[in-house]
Design a protein around this ligand. Structure first.
Ligand code: GUN
Ligand code: ZN
Length: 438
């Protein structure tokens, strides 16, 4: 007979219970200096002050002492390309040239299942090394690339949403599908993977510029047949791209309108970037329950533009953070929060540390309609979390000795920290990554 696995983790804990809005000191977040997190069969059963919970704790709990560390919910990356792992940090161009010079040539290799498996394994481990426990992931046009990323994620019990890229024009011939194979292959993969373990399927037209109307219509049909699947694409990232899409779809009111015409703007639709939108676009996204993925390091790296969080929030649009590797320059959400802070600073929208935590955890979960499963330590949610080291480098140790509250500590960690600050990552209460300090 196997009993319930019961674990009690002791550390400092910080998590968001809601959106802190623009406030700095927010009761939307809860902090336990000396806290205890109880996990039963991979789910949170309680969180609270250690002295209180330890007093009533039954003897069948395994105690895991992480005192001295700060534990926060696992980070959620709402937009990342696993096949671009091997071309991250490629010099010199803006979006449309960058796709031709670097992204497409790299993605060609993913028809080979061995290569796809090799990159997928590395990618999943890299996310875990950075404290990311949930991710919405682009694959390539090849169905094998989707099998590879889901196989790697399933092995780790990681929450990954992914899907086959659809593109039937304006790209190299050997990366092209057509409307019918796009529909059929996606449907097969969706039936194979959606809902297995913690996996979910995302219907993934690359962007309007690489799809015909027929293909977008097929994607929309599939999306309406499977309302609990995801839609994942890019929109309004770069001004030349916006112009190109306007030329290609002259009947459309806007870039987002192209997707909307085909039923692709809906709940569980996630649009990366959203830099060059207008009022009606934001209203449309809000009305339809779609989400924006804010990818600051990518937007700076490709010189694409500045995301406007205030406008998104004024319209009540769901927003998560994305690394967008390989246009993004880090797999880490700590680094991504740091870049988000700098982007928003340029627009006079200072982002508080608690807001950063929110966007990287509960906000991301809401963007992905997963906030009943992940995003904080409410009872019943998956026990996915990151153990942050307060002394990963001499500078961090020195600087963190000067901070007086958890918000300041977290801010320093996001500005100065990186994968070295992640001591361990847990998935459903099980150790999935432990730093090697040797
Ligand atoms: N738009 C279409 N494809 C891509 C991609 O691979 N990366 C980014 N950043 N934008 C895109
Ligand atoms: Zn992208």
């Amino acid at each position: 007979m196997t009993g319930v696995r019961k674990k009690a983790f002791r550390a400092s804990f910080w998590h968001c219970l809601g959106d802190p809005g623009n406030s700095i000191e927010s009761d939307a977040a809860e902090f336990f200096e000396d806290g205890l997190l109880l996990v039963e069969d991979g789910k949170v059963s309680a969180i609270g002050p250690a002295d209180k919970l330890l007093a009533g704790l039954s003897s069948d709990f395994e105690l895991i002492d992480r005192s001295g560390s700060l534990i926060v919910p696992g980070f959620i990356d709402t937009h990342v390309h696993y096949p671009q792992t091997d071309m991250i940090a490629a010099y010199g161009s803006k979006l449309l040239d960058w796709l031709q010079c670097y992204a497409y040539p790299t993605e060609r290799a993913f028809g080979d299942p061995e290569h796809a498996a090799d990159v997928a394994d590395f990618f999943v481990k890299e996310l875990l090394r950075n404290g990311t426990t949930t991710a919405l992931v682009f694959a390539t046009v090849h169905p094998t690339s989707v099998d590879a990323i889901f196989t790697a994620a399933l092995r780790e019990n990681m929450r990954v949403l992914s899907g086959k890229v659809l593109m039937d024009r304006n790209c190299p011939a050997d990366l092209r599908d057509d409307a019918l194979t796009a529909y059929n292959d996606s449907k097969l993969l969706l039936e194979r993977w959606h809902g297995r373990g913690r996996l979910g399927y995302a219907i993934t037209p690359r962007f309007a510029a690489t799809s015909t109307d027929d293909q977008l219509a097929a994607a929309g049909r599939l999306a309406s047949e499977y309302p609990d699947s995801y839609v994942h694409t890019h929109v309004a990232e770069n001004r030349d791209e916006v112009e190109l899409v306007a030329k290609m779809f002259p009947q459309s009111r806007s870039y987002l309108g192209v997707y909307d015409q085909h039923g692709l703007v809906r709940e569980r639709s996630v649009f990366a970037h959203c830099l060059h939108l207008d009022e009606s676009d934001r209203q449309c996204m809000s009305r339809k329950g779609a989400a924006m993925s804010f990818c600051p390091s990518s937007n700076l790296f490709l010189g694409s533009g500045l995301f406007n969080l205030e406008l998104a929030e004024q319209h009540g649009v769901r927003v998560g953070l994305g690394t967008d590797v390989g246009a993004g320059t880090s797999f880490g959400m700590l680094n991504t929060m740091s870049e988000a802070y700098k982007v928003l600073h340029l627009e006079h929208q200072p982002m508080s540390p608690v807001k950063a935590l929110y966007l990287a955890t509960l906000g991301g979960a809401r963007a992905l309609y997963l906030d009943d499963r992940v995003g904080n330590f409410e009872a019943g949610k998956d026990a996915d979390f990151v153990v942050l080291n307060r002394a990963a480098t001499p500078l961090l140790e020195r600087r963190l000795a000067m901070t007086e509250n958890v918000a300041d500590t977290f801010f320093v960690l996001m500005m100065l920290g990186d994968d070295r600050s992640v001591d361990a990552t847990y998935l459903m209460g099980e150790l999935a990554h432990e730093a090697n300090h040797a």
